[in-house]
Design a protein around this ligand. Structure first.
Ligand code: DC
Length: 339
């Protein structure tokens, strides 16, 4: 059976580099979001608005190894009021799935011309960002405001890290962690906008909040089988509930069709100072340099791991929270959701 996937992207400049770079980005997203391999592609039709003529977008197909598909590339007629600098694509693929399961891809403000073909988006709100960017504080407030469930996915990786620590499993050893995954049962309970997490029936919500567990979480989060297990749980949770879910790969991997994707960021210095402030309030002694170094190390690890690294989804709204209050961040996100 064959199905058709549509895509569109706007580009910044009518230059060869810009056309090719954005075409590749759009095709990559189509392939990724629909779990395709290049062999599945039967034909590709490109159209470009009249203001794009510096290069042929289809050249990118060869670069991506799509050499067997039949291909056509055309320039569109000028339509008053239509988007400028836009490349559209229609990819026909060989598949057992039905047309309604196809994920169409619209990037950088490109709009859907056939809304009837587009799957209804998930109602979820996805919030990603590095440690200390304010995700969990803000996500809880947003969930409360919308009357959604708040789902903290970092807690799940922390629970796996905690299991390893408690059972003397070297969490940096992939094989050792994989061999005990069947013994790990993680469940979540949501009430009053709060999440409690249970590891093999025991409530570990507080126990997972230590630097040692955070280090373990970061290491186990790079292991493919750990991610597969937890991402399946997260997808199920998002499918069965209205969620505000925070983590590192929520917009890019867990809920790619989330209604709103937010990426929160802040400088290392600001995030380290926030952490120091929290420790101050708890009366715990700290060393600023050690905290800042730890945050940088975790960033490095989360952004550079091979599987589902922390990155900004193409359609995410990026908010730098460094000099914003929590209320300002909350209101900015609510405006995006409601807008
Ligand atoms: O947000 P946190 O500090 O509780 O997360 C703990 C670790 O889990 C963090 O280092 C990265 C990892 N993580 C992840 O890889 N993917 C997620 N969706 C959430 C967290």
């Amino acid at each position: 059976m064959s199905c058709c996937i549509r895509g569109a992207i706007t580009i910044e400049e009518n230059t060869k580099e810009c056309i090719w770079q954005n075409t590749e980005l759009m095709l990559d997203e189509i392939i990724k979001r629909n779990s395709l391999s290049v062999e599945d592609i039967i034909s590709v039709v490109f159209t470009a608005t009249r203001d794009i003529d510096a290069a042929y977008p289809a050249v990118v197909l060869r670069k991506m190894g799509i050499t067997e598909a039949s291909l056509i590339c055309m320039q569109e007629m000028y339509v008053k009021g239509s988007l400028e600098m836009c490349i559209r694509v229609m990819v026909t693929i060989n598949t057992d799935k039905s047309q309604k399961d196809m994920e169409h891809v619209y990037l950088k403000g490109a709009v859907v011309l056939r809304p009837d073909l587009v799957k209804k988006k998930s109602e979820a709100v996805a919030i990603d960002g590095p440690a200390g960017s304010g995700k969990s504080t803000v996500a809880k407030l947003i969930a409360k405001e919308l009357d959604y469930i708040y789902a903290d996915t970092g807690a799940m990786y922390r629970a796996v890290g905690l299991y390893c620590i408690n059972n003397n499993i070297n969490y940096a050893d992939n094989k050792a962690v994989e061999s005990v995954l069947d013994n790990i049962d993680i469940s979540l309970v949501h009430s009053d906008g709060m999440q409690r997490i249970f590891l093999n029936g025991k409530d570990v919500t507080e126990e997972i909040r230590t630097p040692a567990v955070a280090d373990g979480a970061s290491k186990v989060a790079a292991i493919g089988s750990v991610r597969a297990m937890l991402v399946a749980l997260q997808k199920k949770l998002a499918h069965e509930n209205k969620v505000v879910m925070d983590g590192r790969d929520i917009g890019t991997n867990v809920i790619p069709d989330a209604r709103v994707k937010i990426y929160l960021d802040a400088s290392v210095d600001v995030r380290a100072k926030r952490r120091c402030h929290e420790l101050d309030e708890k009366g715990i002694a700290y060393n600023y340099d050690a905290i800042a170094a730890d945050i940088s190390k975790r960033d490095e690890y989360d952004k550079n791991r091979e599987i589902n690294p922390l990155r900004i989804a193409e359609d995410a709204h990026v908010i730098d929270t460094s000099y914003m209050t929590i209320d300002e961040v909350k209101n900015t996100i609510l405006n995006i959701i409601r807008g």
